[in-house]
Write a protein that binds this ligand. Structure first.
Ligand SMILES: NC(=O)c1ccc[n+]([C@@H]2O[C@H](COP(=O)([O-])OP(=O)(O)OC[C@H]3O[C@@H](n4cnc5c(N)ncnc54)[C@H](OP(=O)(O)O)[C@@H]3O)[C@@H](O)[C@H]2O)c1
Length: 244
């Protein structure tokens, strides 16, 4: 099972930023597992990638379902002795998300299930395979909205976007990034968070002023393909560090 290609798993990779990360990581020569919770959508994404000459496979993966995450681990472990790249990309904004004074707590629970608990579950489950990689990389797709420092800055361009469930879930994901990087500091695995910035995907339907998906995926691709002298435990956008 010794291989020359990097093996990558991207969650929520059937569309949007995840699909673009899968495309570019695949074009770099990696074998890409398209984590998708829906078989048809996952297979359709793999077929699109195959037309670009990319070696992609679908793996059924609902990040909120532990059995599904464990089955995905087994699928990859049956085919490979390690995993080089994990991108925790699957995420959502609940349409009922709002300011703290008006929030329904079930919206927070629902959002955390995917954006935080899902990412923790996938990272924890895949870690034994990542530990066997010569240069493991974990990239958590966060958001500027998860930065405590930016949330408290009244001059920040997104200062009015106070979605307590989403913003808190990404702040929690940032904490996972810091703690996992710390825990793995003496290994070959680097753990970083990426801010795509405001990007034109189904996450923000019909909102004007969003950048193209290619731009939103750029930071995550860089972090997924980071050289061995690259950073770990950071929060980045286009090569610049963001404040936590
Ligand atoms: N777009 C932006 O402006 C922006 C800005 C900052 C951060 N982000 C982050 O970027 C990441 C990608 O979002 P996007 O903008 O590309 O949105 P998107 O087009 O809506 O894609 C979200 C992806 O996540 C998947 N997903 C959702 N819940 C899942 C689950 N339980 N298990 C597995 N997959 C699941 C979706 O699958 P289905 O197709 O099955 O629904 C879809 O593939 C998210 O983490 C988001 O928070 C986006």
């Amino acid at each position: 099972m010794s291989e020359t290609k990097k093996i990558a798993l991207i969650t929520g990779a059937n569309k949007g930023i995840g699909f673009e990360i899968a495309t570019k990581v695949g074009l770099s020569g990696a074998l890409v597992y398209i984590g998708a919770r829906n078989r048809e959508r996952g297979i359709a994404a793999v077929e699109k990638l195959a037309k670009m000459g990319i070696d992609a496979r679908h793996v059924l993966l609902d990040v909120t379902d532990v059995a599904s995450v464990e089955a995905a681990f087994q699928t990859i472990a049956d085919a490979h002795d390690h995993l080089d790249i994990l991108v925790n990309n699957a995420g959502l904004i609940d349409p009922k998300d709002t300011v703290p004074s008006a929030i329904d707590l079930d919206v927070i629970r629902h959002t955390f299930e995917t954006n935080f608990f899902g990412a923790v579950q996938v990272a924890k489950t895949m870690l034994p395979l990542l530990r066997k990689a010569p240069s493991g990389r974990i990239v958590n797709i966060s958001s500027g909205l998860g930065s405590l420092a930016l949330n408290e800055d009244p001059t920040w361009e997104f200062a009015n976007t106070k979605l307590i469930a989403y913003n808190a879930s990404k702040a929690a994901l940032n904490m996972l990034t810091v703690q996992l990087a710390w825990e793995l500091r003496n290994t070959n695995i680097k753990v970083n968070a990426a801010n795509p910035n405001f990007t034109d995907t189904d996450l923000v339907p019909g909102v004007v002023g969003a950048q193209p998906i290619e731009d939103g995926a750029k930071t995550a691709i860089e972090l997924a393909l980071l050289p061995d002298d690259g950073p770990t435990g950071g929060f980045f956008e286009n090569g610049e560090r963001l404040p936590w």
